[in-house]
Structure formats: C-alpha cells, structure tokens
Write a protein that binds this ligand. Structure first.
Ligand code: UDP
Length: 239
C-alpha cells in the first residue's frame, strides 16, 4: 500500500491560524473536518503522520508580552493554546474514524499523554496519527521549532509546513503581484529573514540534521496528498 507514497513518515506543521478559516480568532470546526479528510487520505495509503499544531489563533507569548504580560507567562499560555487546538484536531480526526493520540510536552495528566519519543514512534508505527502539543515545552521557542525538533526525533522523512500561500516567495505574494515562487531553496537561503520561512532556530535545527522541509498551501484541496506522493507542491527546502 505504501508503494505509491514517496514518504513513509511525515511531520505536518499546522499553524494555529490555519484552523481559524475566515475568522481571525478561534477554531472553525468545518476547517478541522476538511483537514481531517486530507490527513485521512495519507493514512489511507499507509503514511505515518505526526502533527505539530500551533496556537497563534488563540494566544502568542510575544503578543501578550507586548500587551504588558510577563513573557514566560505569555509563552505558557501560548503552549496551552496549542493543547486546545490539538484536542480539537483529535476530535475532528476521530469523527472521521482516524485513530489519533495527543501528546503534550508539558505533563497534563488526565487530559493528554505526556510526550515520550519511543511511545510516539510506537503509535505512529501502528498507524495512529500523533498530535504533538505544547510545543517544545519551553518558553522562547515556537511551534515551528517544535515541528522541526519532533520531525528529527521521530525520524520523519520530511517536515511539511502548511501555510496560506503556495510556498515561499521572494516578496509577499498577497500584497505584490510580481512575487515569484521558489521551487527549491537551500537552508542558507531560508535563513534570510526577509523570506520569513520559519524562525532561525527552526531552520538551524533542520539544517544541522539534514531534514528536508516542504512549505505548501493546505487550503488547496489535494495538495497534501499530492506532495506526499511526490508531486511538486510548494517550495522544497534542503541542502
Ligand atoms: N510557544 C512556546 N514554546 C514552544 C512553542 C510555542 O513558548 O516551544 C508559545 C509561544 O508563546 C507561541 C505560542 O506558544 O507564540 C503559539 O505558538 P506559535 O506562535 O508557534 O503558533 P503558530 O504561529 O504556529 O500558530
């Protein structure tokens, strides 16, 4: 079954923003249902799927800090927000009959399992989707860094980052019609902050461990499946 897939195991990064749909805050259950279907297609062809969810649709430590809150407290709230998103995503997956588990970097007994790498790999191998929540468990990091970290830890074949645009562009494609999309970028190109691919910690991590990253548009139906079977979706970042 897995023969059609280019990848055996992937780490999918979903930003909190991706869960809001047209609203600017919160979680849109219809968006979650659509994502669940797309993820189900991967599971259906035998791909093992780990997911790191963001929390920016609810809270971001940096924004709370700007509003006057202590930064670390804000980051703790941001990490808790990712747990809420992961619970909502698990709910949507299970409604679509896709077996899934939520693990948290911060122990939260009775709500979700504490992250354990070997257990996570066991779940993935048995076909369960594993949602990694609470980021890295540490303040001053992002869920992009958590996605790269977990991707490397679980030995994923690729980290795929879902965004609202179809890859990485030389300028902001939303505001600039002349923006050109990159088919491929090196890690060093991606470190150019003007491109805004991911934060530097995340890129350094994938660079040091040779983990390829693909940035693609999750709002495009079928794009996730297409890239997993080897289609040219979005932008590939590698050596
Ligand atoms: N966060 C953190 N440590 C981590 C991951 C996340 O402190 O390892 C906090 C941080 O405050 C961040 C918030 O959680 O702003 C939500 O994560 P992120 O902004 O990465 O979410 P996204 O932009 O993907 O929705």
């Amino acid at each position: 079954r897995a023969a059609v897939s280019k990848y055996k195991r992937i780490l999918l990064k979903l930003s909190g923003e991706a869960l809001t749909g047209d609203a600017d805050f919160g979680i849109d259950p219809q968006v979650l249902d659509r994502m669940a279907l797309e993820i189900g297609q991967l599971v259906g062809i035998g791909v093992q799927v780990g997911i790191v969810v963001g929390g920016g649709n609810l809270f971001r430590g940096s924004a709370l800090h700007e509003a006057g809150m202590e930064r670390v407290t804000g980051d703790h709230m941001g990490m808790l927000a990712t747990v809420m998103n992961a619970l909502a995503m698990r709910d949507a997956l299970e409604r679509s009959n896709i077996r899934s588990r939520v693990m948290s970097a911060i122990p939260m007994s009775g709500v979700v399992e504490h992250y354990d790498r070997r257990t996570a790999i066991r779940y993935l191998t048995s076909g369960d989707v594993v949602l990694f929540s609470a980021g890295t468990g540490n303040p001053f990091f992002t869920t992009d860094s958590a996605a790269c970290l977990r991707g490397i830890e679980i030995d994923a074949d690729v980290v795929v980052k879902a965004t609202k645009v179809d890859g990485v562009y030389d300028k902001d494609p939303v505001h600039d019609p002349d923006a050109v999309k990159y088919e491929q970028l090196s890690y060093d190109d991606a470190l150019d902050q003007k491109l805004g691919v991911m934060d530097l910690t995340a890129i350094c991590l994938v660079r040091d461990h040779d983990m390829p990253v693909r940035v693609f548009n999750m709002n495009k139906p079928g794009a996730l499946l297409n890239l997993v079977v080897g289609g040219r979706e979005g932008t590939l970042i590698d050596r």
